[in-house]
Design a protein around this ligand. Structure first.
Ligand code: FES
Length: 114
């Protein structure tokens, strides 16, 4: 149980007001965490940084704790819908102990349609 409490986690704030927290192993990406929790983030390219359909908004207070996005990620984010100052690609954020409990808001445009 203590091990679980120490694991990194992602809390997804969904457009319908729900919040879903998922504990993950270090090294897991936000996109992989979403898939593990059945959150229908599109992620069309499977994490190859070629689509921007895994776009999320990181909580402002946590944004600066993440590594800087690469130039390639910035270029891809330019194509994302619902862009915000704390936008990142979910497939490019890797959870680790330093990040700990990450909170991301999922724009409606990132979710697969029902
Ligand atoms: Fe395509 Fe992240 S899944 S850019």
């Amino acid at each position: 149980m203590d091990d679980l409490a120490a694991m990194p986690s992602v809390t997804f704030l969904l457009p319908d007001g729900r919040s879903v927290e998922v504990a993950v192993s270090a090294g897991t990406t936000v996109l992989q965490a979403a898939r593990a929790a059945d959150i229908p983030i599109e992620g069309a390219c499977g994490g190859a940084m070629a689509c921007a359909t895994c776009h999320v908004h990181v909580e402002e207070a946590q944004f600066d704790r993440l590594d800087e996005p690469s130039d390639e990620e910035d270029d891809m984010l330019d194509l994302a819908q619902s862009l915000a100052p704390t936008s990142r690609l979910g497939c490019q954020i890797r959870l680790d102990d330093r990040i700990g409990r990450l909170i991301v808001r999922v724009p409606r445009t990132t979710l697969l349609a029902d």
